[in-house]
Design a protein around this ligand. Structure first.
Ligand SMILES: [Fe+2]
Length: 271
């Protein structure tokens, strides 16, 4: 077995990975071990990494092929598969619970964040275990959710979406609201509240109300890991069975820069 350590961070979600330098090529056994650790723990932390953009992209490939992010104004110059998460780009921290890029036929397997500049306080990223959230629902609601599908597009509330991105990425895409994890075999609740145009058979208003209510009821502190950033952290989030959010509670005169890569996953399905 590769010489890596996997240390759980909470009882429900998250593990710290030791013994891996992501600036070096990873062998097949290490990649397999990381894929299994991600499926099991849903969020992986690698501390003290020192990566160029090329090294970071190569490390991300261990999890899947990088996919193009749809707000192209935030791409790193010269590296269109790396997104810059940076409020000085005119972005606001994504503070609502969500999973990424559900408007794609093959949404990301994982979102990978690399901490480049970290504020002195605040600015964490939280991740919730939506597998545990599903299990905790009453049986009747689990059955009901398993019959529902969401229709997804780009966020309609954003005013800075470029016309070419809208053209390419706004086509409605239908996903099941409960999906089976292709590696772990378990089920999880899967939706993005502001990318859901509506739940099939429901009005947009009723859909939004129901999804907001679900988030409120499902995401409890015991299924959440809050990652307090250190410079050099790489944080890998399994988008197939989690939701995440940023915390905007940091001083905007300080810099918070994360490099984001998303890697492509399977087409969500319920089996
Ligand atoms: Fe996100």
């Amino acid at each position: 077995m590769p010489d890596i350590t996997v240390t759980p961070l909470t009882n429900a979600i998250g593990a710290e990975i030791g013994g891996v330098d992501l600036s070096n090529p990873l062998d097949a056994m290490t990649k397999e071990a990381l894929s299994l650790a991600l499926a099991e723990h849903l969020a992986l932390v690698f501390h003290d990494q020192d990566l160029t953009p090329d090294q970071y992209l190569a490390a991300a490939e261990a999890f899947g092929p990088p996919m193009r992010q749809h707000y192209s104004q935030h791409h790193m110059p010269g590296y269109p598969d790396i997104g810059l998460v940076w409020h000085r780009n005119g972005q606001r921290p994504a503070e609502r619970w969500h999973t990424d890029h559900t408007n794609r036929e093959h949404p990301p397997l994982a979102t990978i964040l690399y901490g480049v500049e970290i504020p002195s306080a605040g600015g964490a990223t939280s991740v919730a275990n939506m597998r545990a959230a599903y299990t905790a629902l009453p049986e009747a609601e689990r059955h009901h959710l398993a019959t529902l599908s969401t229709v997804n597009s780009l966020d309609t509330g954003k005013t800075d979406t470029l016309p070419e991105d809208w053209e390419q990425y706004s086509k409605p895409i239908v996903h099941p609201m409960v999906r089976t994890h292709p590696v772990h075999g378990s089920r999880a609740v899967f939706f993005h509240i502001t990318k859901t145009l509506y739940i099939e058979g429901m009005s947009p208003e009723a859909s939004r109300t129901y999804l907001g209510d679900l988030i409120e009821r499902m995401i409890q502190p015991e299924i959440v890991y809050m990652h307090k950033w250190r410079k050099g952290d790489v944080f890998v989030i399994d988008d197939r069975a989690t939701m995440h959010r940023a915390h905007g509670d940091y001083d905007r005169s300080e810099s918070r820069v994360l490099w984001r890569i998303i890697v492509e996953g399977d087409r969500p399905r319920l089996v």
